[in-house]
Each structure stands twice: as C-alpha cells, then as structure tokens.
Design a protein around this ligand. Structure first.
Ligand code: AMP
Length: 218
C-alpha cells in the first residue's frame, strides 16, 4: 500500500496536537510534530536544543533548513515507511516544497485545515497546559483544576513558554504571514479540506475521522 501522508494545518491552539494524537491512534499513523521534536531537544539540553531554545521561547520560527532536515530524518526512520501525520510542518511555502522533495513520488495525500478564529486562540492558549513527558494537552479547561501531574503518565504538567501573551500575538502574526499562503497552495492542488476547530473536541475528532475515511483511511 502506498504511504499516506497527512498534513494538519492550523493556528496554535486550534487543536492540532490533541486531534493529531487521536487521529494517529484511530488510523495507526505516525505522529510527526516538529514542535514536539524541538521541545524534546530543549528539554534534553542537546546541541540542537541549546541552538533553538531562545527561538522557541520567543514564539519565532526556527530556520527552514533546520526543520526540513528534522523532517527528512524522521521520515527515514523505519516506523514512517507507511507515512505519517504532520503537525506543525510545513509552516512556510519553502517548507512545503521541501516536503514534496522529501516525500518524492508518494507526496502529500491530504491536508486538513483546522480553523479557529483569533479570538478563540486568545481565549484558549493562556489556560493551555501540556505534559512534558507524554505530550498530553490540557486545553479549554479550568486551570485551577489541572494539577501539576499528568493523569496519563504522571509526568510534569507545565505551561509552554510560548503560550505567554507576547509570544501568542507574534505566532498569530507569523501564521497569517507565513502559513496562510499554504492554504491556497494546497487548495490549488485539490488536497485541502477545512474542518471547524471551534466545536467540542469530540465533535472535531468525529469530523476529522469522517474526512479521513472518505479519503480512504481505515
Ligand atoms: P508548535 O508546537 O507546532 O506550536 O511549535 C512550537 C515552536 O517550534 C514554534 O513556535 C517554532 O518556534 C518551532 N517550530 C515548530 N515547527 C516549526 C516549523 N515547521 N518551522 C519553524 N519553526 C517551527
């Protein structure tokens, strides 16, 4: 069977992380999140982590060359032979062109644009918390009810450094400038499907699964 490569586009806080985890579990896809890879490098204090830590804190983008290389390496690993679900990549047109080159003749199978208005991003992100160990996301919840310990794995639950007000605004601007052009890029290739991210998470999951099934995922 030809590999299936899905791309999930959306602003920060649109639900990409949560929905990616669910879709990967349902359809048996490998989750490839460049943000998770970079955060893990920062947490591990590796050379890569030391290089990118300040960029992540500021809510800026790391260079195209660097993320392109991370994605190339990830697709070279054995578990990605059947494809993957890309979350947070590509974020720019040059990254989308690099992805075409990385995937070769298989290419991108489907792109889902998870839509959320800016006002909802600004409501959601200040209360978002994430497990440093397993990546479980606690979103749209009463933060006083979120303990510092992950319900899934017992790891530390923290606030992302780039979920601070200044970084949130900067990331929204970058999304408009760098990532919105990708919507047309993939629409022109008839690969784009838009899903409303402002519904209850289970409804969003159901909508995404239905899109996946309509496009041949099992
Ligand atoms: P995310 O978890 O997708 O919001 O990514 C967190 C941070 O990692 C971003 O704010 C960027 O600093 C960096 N990052 C993740 N993916 C990319 C990408 N495709 N291009 C550039 N920087 C990225």
């Amino acid at each position: 069977m030809a590999p299936l490569n899905l791309v999930l586009l959306g602003k920060q806080g649109a639900g990409k992380g949560t929905q990616s985890q669910r879709l990967c579990a349902t359809f048996g896809l490998v989750h490839i999140s460049t943000g998770d890879i970079l955060r893990a490098a920062v947490a591990a204090g590796s050379a890569l982590g030391r290089e990118v830590a300040a960029v992540l804190d500021a809510g800026a983008l790391v260079s195209d060359d660097l993320v392109n290389e991370l994605v190339r390496e990830r697709f070279a690993q054995p578990d990605a032979v059947h494809g993957g679900l890309l979350d947070g990549f590509p974020r720019t047109i040059p990254q989308a062109r690099a992805l075409d080159e990385i995937l070769g003749e298989n290419g991108v199978s489907l792109v889902i644009n998870l839509e959320l208005p800016d006002e909802r991003v600004l409501e959601r992100l200040p209360s978002r918390r994430v497990c440093q160990e397993c990546g479980t996301i606690y979103s749209d919840v009463d933060i006083s009810a979120v303990s510092g310990t992950c319900e899934v794995c017992g790891g530390d639950v923290i606030q992302r450094s780039d979920d601070q007000p200044e970084a949130i605004t900067r990331r929204l601007e970058m999304f408009r400038r760098d990532t919105v052009p990708l919507i047309d890029f993939y629409r022109d290739r008839s690969l784009l499907v838009t899903v409303d991210g402002d519904a209850p998470p289970d409804d969003v999951t159901a909508a995404l699964e239905s899109v996946g099934r309509n496009r041949g995922l099992a």
